[in-house]
Design a protein around this ligand. Structure first.
Ligand code: MN3
Length: 195
């Protein structure tokens, strides 16, 4: 079964002025779409054609073309759900409690997460993850993701330049701060913690 580009979970203009429709037109409509198309080309007629996306990622060699396109399809599908209009600010629900017990305070978490996003050298992702008991912050390069390291992703920010260059030029820290302040979908993060 071929994979399909998922529709954005919000109107392309809904995240303005923090993330423009133009950014989403390129990031979702061109970059994410290209990962899906290349993934489908890579699995067509192979044993992977009938596997789940997660099983393809777990079985693929890291940094291979198959891994990169499968993981980037997973990462972007997850990232869109991490964003919502009128989101951001302090965490809510069970995630707020888990952040408090794991990091000491929301401010300490935000500092650690922002630092991971800012210091990921080159393309990659910053993550809030859980090992089943404790929450922690990680960063990965290129297409790499927590699933490949036996951790469960709760929240991510894409820090590839294509994620922010149209709206923020080279100011990656401002992009990250804006997402944390205005766009994080804490309901989705809570679903991931509970699921
Ligand atoms: Mn991206």
């Amino acid at each position: 079964m071929a994979f399909e580009l998922p529709a954005l979970p919000f109107d392309p203009h809904a995240l303005e002025p923090y993330m423009s429709a133009e950014t989403l037109e390129y990031h979702h409509g061109k970059h994410h779409a290209a990962y899906v198309a290349k993934l489908n080309d890579a699995i067509a007629g192979t044993d992977n054609a009938d596997k789940s996306l997660e099983d393809i990622i777990k079985g693929a060699e890291i940094d291979s073309g198959l891994f990169n396109n499968a993981a980037q399809h997973w990462n972007h599908s997850f990232f869109w759900n991490c964003l919502t209009p009128n989101g951001g600010g302090a965490a809510t629900g069970a995630v707020a409690d888990a952040i408090g017990s794991s990091f000491g305070s929301f401010e300490k978490f935000a500092e650690e997460f922002s630092n991971a996003a800012a210091t990921q050298f080159g393309s990659g992702w910053a993550w809030l993850v859980t090992d089943g008991s404790k929450l922690s912050v990680t960063k990965t390069a290129n297409a790499d993701l927590p699933l490949k390291h036996d951790a469960k992703a709760l929240l991510t920010i894409d820090v590839w330049e294509h994620a922010y260059y149209i709206d923020y030029r080279n100011a990656r820290p401002k992009f990250v701060e804006t997402i944390l302040t205005n766009l994080v979908n804490w309901d989705f993060v809570n679903q991931n913690l509970a699921g």
